[in-house]
Write a protein of this length. Sequence first.
Length: 122
Amino acid sequence: MAVLERLMRWAAIACTLFVAAGWLLFAIDRTGQASKATAAEIAGDRVTTTVDPDPADERLREQVHSDAREAVDDVNDVLLRPFAAVAEGSSSEWVRRSIPALLALLVYGIGLSALARYLATR
C-alpha cells in the first residue's frame, strides 16, 4: 500500500502544479498583453483561452506559444476537461478559466491527497 499511497501523493502534486502553472500562465498572458490581445482580436487574429479548445484553436495556440508552454497547456487541457462544462456558458474568459482550475485544484490537490491518506490508513 505504501507504493500506491506514494504514487497518489505524487500524482496530486503533479496535477496541482500543472493546473496552477496553466492558470498562472493564462493570467500573465491576459494581464501583461491585454492591449496586444485586443488589437489582435480587432484584426481578426485570436488565440483561444478556452479550457478545451477545438482543433483549429489548438493549431492557432501552438503557433503562438513555445513548445514548453504548449506542453503545459496540453496537460492543463486534459486535467481541466472534466470541469470545463461548469463555466462554458460564461462570457468572461477569467470565469471560463478560473472556475475549472479551482475545481481541478480541489479534486486533484485535496481529493487525491485525501485518497492517499485513506489508502495509507487501510
